[in-house]
Design a protein around this ligand. Structure first.
Ligand code: TRP
Ligand code: SF4
Length: 422
């Protein structure tokens, strides 16, 4: 099965994709977090790769980054809020934030003029700041170090990789490849800028191909691999200068140096994984000393998508499926009152059988963004399922929340306008 970040295909079977691509359930790490954010509690963020590095950094208050990118191919809308909130939450947990404006991608893949890119980007940035974002932001097209990193990364990628991951063919534009390698660089950029540390990239599942590629590139850009060989730890050189390997040898008294690798006997003082981590950290520093990147393989988390208001996919190309943050309340009102619900065919049936919140876009809207209080949300679910709450009433109440949200959010966006440079 292909996963193409630019397709507008119908919704995909998340479990099948997780199994196929080796994404783990978030349940395997959520108990390592001191506090669960609502997006994990409510099963919105459901999968991850190496999130234990992030949970550990939050718990131990050690450095980590959180990064995402937005493609300014249109105005931001409801569908972009989730990732923004995930970034803001992780910054509040101690992460250093980076936000890339993917104007190169918007221009190359979507044909958006540079001028329009800029105009849309300003709106994305206002949303972020309105949500309380603190951290760095940059435009791909104006970040020279990013472009150099993209070039460095491109040395590790060939066309058959792109073909396998993205289904590239003979007719694929070279700019597509450049957008991809720029995104790879986005994901590694925080570690170039601020030094190696675990990096979280919260995304929707459609972006996973980029993460698979970036994780692969990050590993390939390392000088060494560190492996537990049962009884000893082997530090293998991939493309390290001989002097760097010699430094590894010197750093671990009693280690043995061979052609291309240094073997370190386990001291037995710590658990094997702990010893492995401490060797890894030491080796990373040596790598940096010799001009390497020392990258951590980036981590990712995957959120499910909020359905469009009419069911199906939410997309800016389907205006009825979502709303933007500057749409007038009556236009938004119409969309919500016309939304698909999980209600029954007749009022009588609904009172008898109850509604189906789990397949209801209106309920999803509340679950994702409009109802903060867990108990209040549970109450809506209960009343819906018991038939006590009917859809007309429920939509009206939802609309009231949306109108209040939009008014407040607009106000906040206006208040942070000065934070967005020209
Ligand atoms: N490709 C992403 C999109 O289509 C945007 C993006 C650019 C991005 N760079 C990124 C996302 C880095 C996550 C991380 O929306
Ligand atoms: Fe959806 Fe509300 Fe109708 Fe339940 S009552 S199906 S939550 S609109």
């Amino acid at each position: 099965m292909g996963l193409n970040p630019w397709s507008n295909g119908a919704s995909v079977d998340i479990d099948a994709i997780f199994a196929e691509f080796g994404i783990e359930s978030i349940d395997t790490v959520s108990r390592e977090l001191p506090e669960l954010p609502y997006f994990i509690r409510r099963n919105i963020v459901v999968g991850h790769r190496d999130y234990h590095l992030i949970a550990g950094a939050i718990r131990d208050k050690t450095p980590f980054y959180v990064l995402t990118g937005f493609m300014p191919s249109g105005l931001p809308h409801l569908g972009h809020l989730m990732v923004m909130k995930e970034v803001v939450w992780h910054v509040q947990q101690g992460g250093t934030g980076y936000v890339a404006i993917a104007d190169r991608e918007a221009h190359a893949v979507r044909g958006v003029s540079w001028e329009k890119c800029r105009e849309y980007a300003r709106e994305y940035l206002k949303c972020l700041y309105a949500l309380g974002y603190e951290g760095q932001t940059y435009y791909q097209s104006r970040n020279e170090r990013l472009k150099d990193l993209a070039f460095e990364a491109s040395i590790r990628v060939n066309f058959s990789d792109l073909q396998a991951i993205y289904g590239f063919g003979q007719e694929t534009s070279l700019s597509h490849a450049m957008s991809i390698i720029t995104q790879v660089a986005d994901i590694l950029f925080p570690q170039l800028d601020g030094g190696p540390a675990p990096t979280l990239v919260p995304v929707g599942i459609d972006q996973d191909p980029h993460l698979r590629l970036t994780r692969d590139v990050a590993r390939k850009l390392r000088m060494f691999t560190v492996e537990d060989r049962g009884g000893y730890i082997s530090v293998r050189s991939k493309n390290a200068p001989e002097a760097a390997l010699e430094s590894v040898h010197a750093a671990f008294p009693g280690s043995k140096k061979f052609e291309g690798h240094v073997d370190i006997a386990l001291s037995g003082r710590d658990a094997v994984t702990a010893e492995c981590v401490s060797v890894q950290e030491r080796v990373r520093l040596i790598e940096i000393e010799y001009g390497g990147f020392g990258f951590f393989t980036p981590s990712s988390s995957y959120h499910t998508f909020m359905p469009g208001l009419q069911g199906g996919k939410m997309s800016s190309s389907l205006p009825e499926s979502c709303f933007g943050f500057s749409e007038p309340p009556d236009a938004v009102g119409k969309k919500i009152m016309n939304a698909l619900t999980g209600g029954r065919a007749t009022l009588k049936e609904q009172k008898e059988l109850g509604g189906e919140p789990d397949i209801c876009p209106v309920f999803s809207l509340n679950l994702f963004h409009m109802v903060e209080d867990d108990q209040e949300l549970e109450e809506i679910r209960r009343k819906c399922m018991s038939g006590e709450l009917v859809c007309g009433r429920c939509k009206k109440e939802t609309l009231e929340r949306v109108v209040a949200f939009l008014a407040e959010f607009r106000e906040k966006m206006d208040a942070v306008e000065h934070m967005v440079e020209g």
